[in-house]
Design a binder for this molecule. Structure first.
Ligand code: GUN
Length: 294
């Protein structure tokens, strides 16, 4: 079997077309331009790429982007004061503080300071709680992007064995909470594997749908999956430069050996990455719309 390629890039394009129309309607009918503030502290190269890409997508869709960049020594107290200011600014509908933050800044303190109705990352405990009980305002972008790839590719999750590799607060844990819900695009039987899991391959070989967010290049290989599995690769690992000087990327899945057995697989790049940014735009539009209803 050679796998069908699930192009997040193409799915994201479709969703963005609809979002662009929604944004135009918000402007025409309500005089509202959705505004997203993006904060980057430090010089982490991957974060710089993500932030640039988020701002560029805002521009393409007609979302106002407000970018704040600070050096790695920016004090926590200043960051909290900036969040307070943005919380009170009516032109800003969404606030995103790019993670990871430098070590001297308490991530939890920062995330909890963002007003839940502007928390387009879905990381505030209020939004995590709402997601867990199945009444979300904002779903976290990467897990929601994974679910959308499955749904929009016609891949049924109901009753399926979904195995997630990775238990981060950004991907693994929320993804499990989303896919286990009694809801369309969910109803799965979910297992989370992590660094303390014994016999990882025994779990991954059981998966009908395998989602890998391990943060380790090519951690899942062909011998660890069953024939016909659907694989979503969340990993983005920089493994050198291409001839033209661009970053060379690979996922957390060994694409060449896994695609031989899989029914479907997302590529890296062009898989989950474009979906994450698109879900952020979706949340920003939602934040702007929720404001109208208040
Ligand atoms: N770092 C890696 N992924 C994310 C994300 O989805 N949101 C934020 N704020 N930081 C990240």
């Amino acid at each position: 079997m050679t796998a069908r390629i699930l192009s997040g890039k193409e799915i994201a394009k479709d969703i963005r077309k609809d979002l662009k129309a929604e944004i135009e309607e918000l402007k025409a009918k309500h005089g509202i331009t959705p505004g997203l503030a993006v904060v980057l502290v430090g010089e982490d190269p991957a974060s710089q790429v993500y932030v640039r890409s988020k701002v560029k997508t805002c521009e393409r869709l007609g979302v106002n982007s407000i970018e704040h960049r600070f050096d790695k020594d920016y004090p926590e107290s200043d960051l909290l004061a900036l969040i307070d200011e943005m919380n009170g600014d009516d032109s800003i509908h969404g606030i995103l503080v790019q993670l990871p933050l430098p070590k001297h800044i308490d991530e939890e303190k920062v995330l909890i300071r963002i007003r839940p109705d502007k928390d387009v990352d879905g990381f505030h405990p209020t939004n995590v709680g709402k997601m867990l009980v199945g009444k979300p305002d904002f779903l976290p972008c990467t897990p929601h992007g994974c679910q959308q790839i499955l749904m929009r590719s016609g891949i049924e999750t109901e009753g399926k064995e979904v195995v997630i590799v990775g238990r981060s607060n950004i991907v693994g844990k929320p993804l499990a909470a989303i896919l286990v819900q009694k809801a369309k695009g969910a109803n799965a039987t979910v297992t989370i594997c992590h660094t303390r899991t014994k016999n990882m391959a025994e779990h991954t070989r059981r998966a009908d749908i395998l989602i890998v967010a391990a943060g380790v290049p090519k951690a899942v290989t062909g011998d660890m999956v069953k024939e016909g599995v659907v694989v979503i690769d969340v990993g983005v690992n920089r493994i050198g430069k291409t001839e033209s000087g661009k970053d060379k990327l690979c996922g957390d899945v060994d694409f060449d050996t896994v695609r031989e057995k899989a029914a479907a697989i997302t590529p890296v790049p062009g898989g989950v990455g474009p979906m994450t940014i698109t879900m952020l735009m979706m949340n920003t539009v939602r934040a702007a719309k929720l404001r109208i209803k208040q």
